[in-house]
Design a protein around this ligand. Structure first.
Ligand SMILES: [Zn+2]
Length: 282
């Protein structure tokens, strides 16, 4: 498996006042966004590498379900099966509208012989990439039916320009990568980018990782948009506990607005009653 499952170093040495530090960083950013305090900041969560209903997964999604906060899980088509989907759907049946189930890399493997890891990069032909996108989407559509949302999150947040063109050709509503990803997405394909990384940080020490995370929270709030990337497989107890506190902070903060990384399937479709509004933040 090309996916790491050891806990991110950030969560091996958590400061005792980690939530307070996060709140202060967010408030500093919100003050930069609007010193008068009128503007709010949408916050959405994307969860990568999904499809296996493990124990940590179940604990992770309960945090969102309890507080009715939307989550966009990207499913690896090769990992999801009919029996696994049955479990995921049952786990989320109390509030299915909260979840924007969408497409991740079909096998979640790197095809590049050198350099940065990519499943949809220049080492493969356009035709191979097209076949992979189509096969992954067919599998998810056949298993999930109407629960599938036509968004694409590439593994490692990286795709080449050919793949962006293919996503347009194949009718995807949006792609989701990291902030400032290149090449830029074409105008008809919004990039619902993330700008906060909770579980795959690469700083050399936990202290440096905390500083990096707090910086991302502040600058995201200052920019008026927080897209938070989660990897439940890299979480431990400390990461779950912090996330519980962070989601409660978010739910009770007057200037942070939980948002769904989702799209309407047609212009006529209305937001479901009783759920947070559906938005594409491009
Ligand atoms: Zn991934």
């Amino acid at each position: 498996m090309a996916v790491r499952t050891t806990p991110c170093s950030l969560w091996r040495a958590v400061p005792h006042d980690a939530l307070r530090q996060a709140r202060l960083a967010l408030d500093r950013g919100l003050d930069r966004l609007d010193p008068l305090g009128a503007r709010t900041c949408p916050v959405f969560f994307r969860a990568d590498d999904c499809g296996v209903p493990s124990n940590i997964w179940q604990e992770f999604i309960q945090l969102f379900l309890l507080r009715r906060i939307p989550l966009a899980p990207s499913l690896v088509p090769a990992w999801i099966t009919a029996s696994r989907w049955k479990i995921l759907a049952a786990q989320t049946a109390v509030a299915p509208g909260l979840f924007a189930w969408h497409q991740h890399g079909r096998l979640h493997v790197n095809h590049e012989p050198s350099g940065k890891s990519m499943e949809f990069g220049p080492a493969r032909t356009r035709e191979h990439k097209r076949q992979d996108l189509e096969a992954g989407r067919r599998r998810l559509e056949s298993l999930l039916g109407d629960a599938f949302v036509p968004l694409f999150t590439p593994p490692w947040n990286r795709v080449d320009g050919e793949t962006l063109e293919l996503l347009v050709e194949l009718g995807y509503a949006a792609v989701s990568r990291s902030r400032n990803a290149s090449p830029p997405a074409p105008p008809e394909l919004p990039d619902i980018f993330v700008n906060v990384d909770l579980h795959t940080r690469k700083e050399p020490t936990p202290a440096a990782a905390w500083t990096g995370l707090l910086g991302e929270l502040e600058s995201g709030a200052a920019a008026g948009r927080l897209g938070i990337m989660c990897h439940h497989q890299r979480m431990n107890r400390a990461a779950l506990d912090w996330m519980a506190g962070f989601l409660s902070l978010l739910a009770g903060h007057p200037r942070l607005e939980p948002a769904a990384m989702a799209c309407r399937k047609s212009a006529k479709e209305k937001d479901p009653p009783g759920h947070p509004r559906l938005v594409i933040i491009a």
